[in-house]
Design a protein around this ligand. Structure first.
Ligand SMILES: [Zn+2]
Length: 268
């Protein structure tokens, strides 16, 4: 604050000045929307509305739509009566109840998640969360808490933010389901999953997550949704789901922005 402004602050009643500032702030934020052109969040070309994709990029997102495998959330080639379970889920049931993803991991969806993961572009976060609320409507309807997949403290210090927690907080705001960022913790550092086989990934994360003593009281008997950005093989969310179940969670579902449609393709 300049000396002149500080002087003004002393002479003018504080409430009046605060009112002027509020009104000016509102006027300028409105003006910002008019002046700043709306740009596509992926290719940065001009587009019709803020926080959105242009038509060309939108068409490159492989949104996952029904019919779906009830357990894995993977798209099925054809629908049928009642709940459908894919052959993969029947042969090897996942440690969680139901997973849902907004899009198949690849192309524009992959680029957006990468941008968000390494720089927290907040407008990308809002778009991904919006997609997730829509894709997860079936599991959000009777959920009690949203639990983000945690990072170790060491990793959090290096990265400065946990992208899963940011998504969970955004989804909590729009769905009204409670956000619980501290019930589940990562108790040991695990090697990077990039380049590991599916079996190695499961071994890497086994026993790496735990529910805290205080978290147990909030999780027991509740319907929990685990939130993450991507499911590749499902090893990480599987290990988290096991920890939540051991703590007495009634149901554990998983909601992510994107999942690898063919789990054998595990490169990130
Ligand atoms: Zn675009």
């Amino acid at each position: 604050m300049t000396e002149e402004a500080a002087d003004t602050d002393r002479r003018v009643p504080r409430g009046w000045l605060a009112g002027v500032r509020r009104n000016l702030g509102a006027a300028f934020s409105g003006l910002g929307n008019v002046v700043a052109p709306a740009l596509c969040l992926s290719c940065h070309d001009r587009t019709a509305s803020h926080d959105a994709l242009c038509a060309g990029c939108w068409q490159q997102v492989a949104f996952i739509t029904p019919p779906l495998c009830h357990r894995l959330g993977l798209p099925l080639p054809f629908g049928g009566d009642g709940l459908q379970i894919s052959a993969a889920a029947a042969a090897d049931p996942p440690p969680y109840d139901r997973a849902r993803a907004a899009a198949a991991f690849g192309g524009v969806a992959r680029e957006l998640i990468h941008d968000f993961k390494y720089s927290d572009r907040h407008e990308v976060r809002r778009l991904l969360a919006h997609w997730m609320v829509r894709a997860g409507s079936e599991i959000l309807v009777d959920a009690d808490i949203l639990v983000p997949v945690p990072m170790t403290r060491w990793r959090l210090v290096r990265r400065q933010f946990n992208q899963a927690a940011l998504l969970a907080r955004e989804i909590s705001r729009s769905s009204g389901v409670r956000f619980d960022p501290s019930a589940l913790v990562k108790t040991k550092r695990t090697p990077t999953q990039v380049g590991s086989s599916a079996a190695q990934r499961v071994a890497n994360v086994a026993g790496a997550f735990a529910v805290t003593a205080a978290g147990r009281r909030r999780v027991a008997g509740r319907n929990v949704i685990l939130i993450d950005d991507v499911i590749t093989t499902g090893a990480t969310v599987g290990a988290c789901a096991r920890a939540l179940r051991a703590a007495g969670a009634q149901r554990v579902d998983v909601l992510v922005a994107a999942m690898v449609a063919d789990p054998r393709r595990v490169d990130l």
